[in-house]
Design a protein around this ligand. Structure first.
Ligand code: FES
Length: 167
């Protein structure tokens, strides 16, 4: 077991101390653990299942059913593609497809270097800017494939600059 996994188990056990062993506590427990760890790793789900006395598959079923839960660690940068009605009409899926291809991951996944995670959201309230992608909590307007390239390029340049400054 890695140091990270041991740490996840310890944090999960610490959180469980605030809860009674009622199945109805499953969702609040998952929210709390995800809030602390950033996602729900396998080892945390096993500890939770043991604590509530339910099969691990039930915990996994709930985690995969609700959009709010993540099975993968978050990336350094979060990419949220809006698929609300206005964005959908203006090509939200084209933007999503461009992000998927450029990052080489699916929605709900994180790049292997943990730089980016990709997900979809419902309307974020700036429909006049459609199609919108929320990048690190900042809504970006009219995100078409070329803009996806531009955003990724700016991250690359930023990273390059930071690594030069650290030399
Ligand atoms: S539908 Fe995307 S911001 Fe409203």
């Amino acid at each position: 077991m890695t140091k990270e996994q041991v740490n996840h188990i310890q944090e999960t056990r610490r959180i469980l101390k605030q809860f009674s062993r009622k199945r109805g506590n499953l969702i609040p427990i998952l929210q709390e653990v995800q809030g602390k760890l950033g996602y729900l790793p396998r080892e945390a789900m096993l500890v939770i299942a043991g604590f509530l006395g339910i099969p691990a598959i039930d915990v996994y079923g709930v985690v995969t059913f609700y959009n709010q839960f993540r099975l993968n660690p978050p990336g350094k940068h979060s990419i949220r593609v809006c698929l609300g009605t206005a964005c959908h009409m203006k090509g939200g899926y084209i933007a999503l497809d461009a992000w998927k291809r450029r990052l080489d991951i699916d929605s709900g996944e994180t790049t292997p270097d943990r730089e980016f995670d990709l997900d979809t959201v419902a309307c974020v309230g700036c429909c006049t800017m459609a199609p919108v992608t929320v990048v690190d909590d900042k809504p970006q307007a009219q995100v078409e494939p070329t803009k996806v390239d531009g955003i990724l390029l700016s991250f690359e340049l930023e990273k390059e600059k930071a690594s030069k400054e650290n030399l």
